[in-house]
Design a protein around this ligand. Structure first.
Ligand code: MLT
Length: 401
């Protein structure tokens, strides 16, 4: 029975599963250890009250035969699509309409599945380091070659190094890339890209016929007005870019699940409308995010919801400041954490050695930079998503090392 050969090329297990296993083994052998997790970017603040109230009333509607709802529209309820288009785009002067919003259960799923729009011989370009889902999903699809054990790079992939030297913003690829994955504010480095730099990418993609998959899951953390919240701030993005957004990192939906993709109707490749293709794909493979969760998403845009979300972001950004300042005072070279909840630090040794040392000597879980790609070697990522108390304790432990 032939299997999908792409899986044979995958190296190891999914990064965050590997870490979870290592941490579980450590905890089992050290039951007394008070381990603080600043590893996976999972939130700790509870849902905003506006969201909780919306959930309650939507549940009540589902309990009454007069207001009960069955299958959701596969592309999302119009109340949510219109609210998103207005608040995230039109009010900011970006040209995106409600029917270009595709509601889904998660940006991880969208970023893993979006490549179904492209042929298997199309070539991807990814930042290095990179959120592993973009790459692993393409390896599974069979779009890449095998992983070179020496370089740690998969064949037929354009790696775009993001290093201290280039400010962690990649150069335009030297060879033609069909699909370009960009994520800003960046996961894992926590660094951002100005509108001018992003415009260069949009111009490149339009010139070369590439499509940019722009992951803006962390846009709510941007406070610097020079940094765009959306790729549609750039001229010409409607003809070359798909944007992915999430309710996880701003409103705490990691356990609730809600996200959306923007696929503009102007995005045409090979005579095909990617918007229509994604609508067809969504309709065939997906039955819509739950009604109660879409009502919860809508509540994020109420005045009360927006206010509470500002409070949540402020809380995490204060954690980021505590980590940045604490690590800098302890002599570490630190990046990110200013318009992003991720802090990227120079480990001074191999990323996994640093991971082990942090776990064993400080009982802190972070994410080894090399897990995000070869250029992440020697770096380590911490998140600002912990509680304030744990953030203080973690910084104190690192400083005492
Ligand atoms: C991460 O830690 O990189 C992300 O939180 C994982 C995710 O959002 O799927």
């Amino acid at each position: 029975m032939p299997v999908n050969e792409g899986f044979r090329n995958l190296r190891g297990s999914y990064l965050f599963s590997t870490i979870a296993k290592k941490v579980a083994a450590y905890k089992a052998s050290h039951p007394e250890a008070e381990v603080i997790s600043l590893g996976i970017g999972d939130v700790t603040r509870p849902l905003p009250q506006a969201v909780v109230s919306a959930l309650h009333s939507a549940v009540e509607e589902m309990a009454d035969e007069k207001t009960f709802r069955g299958y959701a529209p596969d592309l999302g309820y119009s109340f949510l699509r219109e609210t998103i288009a207005k608040n995230d785009y039109q009010d900011r002067g970006y040209d995106v309409s409600a029917d270009e919003i595709f509601v889904s259960e998660g940006a991880k799923t969208d970023s893993a599945c979006i490549s179904e729009l492209f042929s298997l011989d199309s070539r991807i370009a990814v930042c290095d380091p990179v959120y592993p889902v973009y790459l692993d999903s393409n390896v599974m699809a069979g779009r890449t070659g095998a992983c070179d054990p020496v370089t740690g790079q998969y064949g037929n992939v354009i790696y775009m190094p993001c290093t201290k030297e280039n400010g962690f913003v990649p150069e335009l690829p030297a060879a033609h890339a069909d699909i370009i994955y960009l994520c800003f504010p960046n996961n894992p480095t926590g660094m951002t890209c100005t509108k001018e730099r992003l415009q260069e990418w949009v111009d490149y993609a339009n010139r070369d016929g590439s499509v940019i998959i722009y992951d803006a899951a962390y846009e709510a953390y941007i406070s610097d007005p020079a940094i765009p919240h959306s790729i549609y701030a750039c001229e010409g993005a409607r003809t070359c870019a798909i944007e992915l957004r999430s309710f996880s990192k701003n409103a705490g939906f990691t356990g609730l699940r809600l996200a959306f993709a923007v696929v503009p109707v102007d995005l045409i490749r090979d005579g095909m409308s990617l918007h229509d293709m994604w609508a067809r794909r969504h309709g065939t493979k997906y039955n819509g995010a739950p009604y109660i969760v879409q009502r919860a998403g809508e509540a994020c845009y109420s005045e009360e919801g927006k206010e509470e979300i500002r409070g949540i972001i402020g809380y995490y950004m204060e954690n980021a400041r505590i980590i940045r300042d604490g690590l800098a005072a302890a002599g570490y070279e630190v990046y990110g954490g200013e318009n992003s909840p991720y802090i990227w630090l120079r480990a001074g040794k191999s990323s996994w050695d640093f991971f082990d040392e942090m776990l064993e000597r400080a009982n802190i879980v972070g994410t080894p930079g090399s897990g995000f790609g070869p250029s992440g070697e020697g770096y380590f990522r911490l998140t600002a998503f912990g509680s304030r108390e744990n953030t203080f304790r973690a910084v104190e432990r690192i400083r005492n090392l």
